[in-house]
Design a protein around this ligand. Structure first.
Ligand code: IFM
Length: 469
């Protein structure tokens, strides 16, 4: 082995028990939207609305995971994963978002988690990855406070049914996206452009998290945030203010709520709106203790207070408004780094920065990187996908995780986004994030080079782990 290879191996050596994972979400992979009593979700409606999804794609079939879950779990086992993060489709469990549970919907997740456990893969269950039952949207969606209470009931029902199958439950995936892309920019379902309702929605998503934590009383429960490293374009006052604002809306609005039970005063002041919907007792509920923080990380933003620049870090696929409620004047500038196929700048140092920041500025909390990965324009040639850029991305970010651990961050796992190519929201099937290539016509799965490499890193790390046999 060369010295270079030895250094790479050392940079990717993790403590025993580190969770080696990959992640997916229900709407992006399951398909089977009309089967076994599943109700309609806001994404079923949104994908049917002309102009909302690139290419007019929908996820009625997606990658057919609902029927192919055994094959997919076998792939996870082949990779050597010790953990798998997936989400439950709320409209499968309660077709209209409230009332009695649909046992056929729950049965699917029982079968899936049984299969995972048969392969010694720890199921990490996310309750909400954006597929709100359409009936609840018709009643007002997340800006309607009642949705938070319906979510807590749903969470309790899923927990009751699956608590013997699942050790770690988490609540809402990336509440920033659900609130601000769903209700301010309109890039995501339900596609509304109502800035004040986006803030109400953000608060009710946080409330839903807190009420669900209390309602489940689970053995291990987590909250999930998507965090960005943020840099001002220059040292000028207006750029520093832009960075404070975007950091406030993207990061601190959720971190402070979940981990400190309050909203940052400066962010509330930036919003300049009536906040009467934050009721007494809400913040205490939102700050209910959790056992683990799930951190999704992809990129760094460089921001400027100079008006007239780009309204977001990368181009949106459809016509959208600004998601940055109260800070619409902020522009996003090129930070000069290489980008992925999404146009997202690659910056693994940003991951060290945010993990050490959470460890330094908030009460002690174990963390996992619950999503990290990249879309690239993969080419399938002679039965292989030589996705060196994706491998380099994951390698750099894993090494960043290792550095964060060395700096004292209680980081307990890493979940690559995504296990398989899938439906990338407004981009339809146009962006591939998978370690595993999927032929969207035949549904054939094929391990990309990045998957084979990840499997080898996992094998080297897990080979000294005790086995049951
Ligand atoms: O595909 C999404 C996922 O659903 C949530 N986090 C970001 C991923 C890539 O855009």
């Amino acid at each position: 082995m060369t010295t270079q290879e030895e250094q790479t191996r050392a940079a990717l050596r993790f403590p025993p028990g580190f969770a080696w994972g990959a992640a997916t979400s229900a709407y992006q992979i399951e398909g089977a939207v009309g089967e076994d009593g599943r109700g309609a979700s806001i994404w079923d409606t949104f994908t049917r609305t002309p102009g909302r999804i690139l290419g007019g794609h929908h996820a009625d079939v997606a990658i057919d995971h609902y029927h192919r879950y055994r094959e997919d779990v076998a792939i996870m086992a082949r990779l050597g994963l010790s953990a798998y993060r997936f989400s439950v489709s709320w409209p499968r469990i309660q077709p209209g978002g409230s009332g009695p549970v649909n046992s056929k919907g729950l049965d699917f997740y029982k079968r899936l988690t049984d299969e995972l456990r048969r392969h010694d893969i720890d199921p990490w269950l996310t309750l909400y990855h954006w597929d709100l039952p359409q009936e609840l949207e018709d009643a007002g969606g997340w800006p309607n406070r009642d949705t938070a209470y319906r979510f807590a009931e749903y969470a309790a029902a899923v927990h009751e049914a699956l608590k013997d199958h699942v050790h770690t439950f988490s609540t809402v995936n990336e509440p920033w996206c659900a609130a601000f892309l769903g209700y301010a920019s309109g890039e995501h379902a339900p596609g509304r452009r109502e800035p004040e309702n986006a803030i109400r929605g953000a608060h009710h998503l946080n409330l839903a998290h807190g009420l669900a934590v209390q309602a489940m009383n689970a053995r291990r429960v987590g909250g999930c945030v998507n965090l960005y490293a943020i840099t001002p374009a220059t040292g000028a006052e207006r750029d520093l203010d832009a960075a404070r604002r975007i950091d406030g809306l993207q990061n601190r609005f959720f971190l402070d709520a979940l981990l400190l039970g309050r909203y940052p005063e400066d962010v509330l002041a930036d919003l300049g709106m009536d906040l009467g919907f934050i009721q007494p007792g809400d913040m205490k509920a939102i700050g209910a203790p959790i056992d683990v923080l799930l951190v999704n990380y992809y990129s760094r933003f460089t921001v400027s207070g100079e008006p007239g620049g780009r309204a977001s870090a990368a181009a949106a696929p459809t016509d959208t408004a600004s998601p940055w409620v109260g800070s619409e004047h902020v522009s996003f500038v090129n930070g000069g780094r290489p980008v992925t196929a999404m146009g997202w700048e690659i910056d693994e140092d940003g991951l060290v920065e945010i993990l050490t920041r959470v460890a330094r500025e908030y009460p002690p909390i174990p963390m996992v990187v619950s999503e990290n990965g990249a879309a690239f324009d993969d080419a399938l040639v002679d039965g292989r996908v030589h996705d060196r850029e994706r491998q380099a991305y994951v390698e750099a970010h894993l090494a960043a995780c290792r550095r964060a651990i060395d700096l004292g961050v209680p980081l307990q796992g890493y979940f690559a986004w995504s296990l398989m190519d899938n439906f990338e929201w407004a981009w339809g099937y146009g962006k591939r994030f998978g370690l595993v290539h999927v032929d969207f016509e035949t549904q054939e799965r094929l391990l990309k080079d990045s998957a084979l490499w990840y499997a080898e890193i996992i094998r080297q790390n897990r080979r000294h782990e005790p086995t049951d046999s």
